[in-house]
Design a protein around this ligand. Sequence first.
Ligand code: SAM
Length: 310
Amino acid sequence: MSTTSDSSRNRSKSSSTTAVLVAVIRAVHLRFHETHIFEDNYALQMLPPFWHAVASHRFLKWLVGDVILGVYRPVYPAVVLRARYTEDQLLEAMDEGVNQYVILGAGFDTFTLRHQNIADRLQVFEVDHPATQEVKRQRMLKANGSLPSNLTFVPVDFETDKLDEELSKAGFDSQTPAFISWLGVTYYLTQEAIRDSLERMASVSAPGTRLVFDFKIAKHMMSAEWRTLAEKMEGFVARRGEPMLTDFTPQSLNDLLARYGYREVEMMPPEEQQKRYLDESSDFEPAEFFHFAHFAVAPPTEESDSQGGK
Ligand SMILES: C[S@@+](CC[C@H](N)C(=O)[O-])C[C@H]1O[C@@H](n2cnc3c(N)ncnc32)[C@H](O)[C@@H]1O
């Protein structure tokens, strides 16, 4: 318990290391990969000088990204694939009239910078630790001259703060459906924080609200080879102050989300990610341990009312 709250406290003071690393992955993908699954043309500008150099120069990218940080490599395809999947689903939801986007654990996600042409159609609420948001605010100002007009920063620690109250204070409208993404975050949270966030999100989510996130599958579902890679990667992030604490099976996830009124729209295990976004010649191999999930808030039924949501 003390480990979790200590690491959470540490993260609140300094900006997230993993948020920088995943922005590096998106920048490297754009700069060095021939086929682009996801085009984040602001990722490079979100990086501090050292990582900016790594993501810009082939030799440094190889030395740092492929050799020194080799154990983190299996994460690279998932970072790009989950961003693509999420934004594809978001654009579909916007076609159905959704006009609010909540990015939970936004880190250096650059959606608002990349889509300034639709700022009048979508209010974006970015939720993260205040320290990460402050660094991001400065980098966005440098990259763009101003902050996108539709962006609101909502400072929250999922382990200790009341997400629903903070969102409402920030102007989130609980009466109209929203799109919520939660990428690269669930495995860093305790079960309690996940349950609390789901319950609080559900309490401010109108029926029709979509939730897309990635999760780590339980070790017993991984092949021996991927279990070893997962353990190395877990050691890597833990040593950087962001230990991975929680995993699910697709069934345990469905059971948990059903308690808060969410129903499954789609599950994207690695083989589906591969089928949808990668052609046979691609050398991008989705990690066996990251699955994507898409849920929607169903209208309340008499049964869920009588269970009181839990
Ligand atoms: C791996 S990064 C992912 C960032 C972004 N979603 C992306 O895909 O680029 C994880 C993010 O979750 C945030 N995070 C982790 N634990 C958190 C907590 N307890 N409260 C608020 N934010 C948290 C970190 O600050 C970080 O920005």
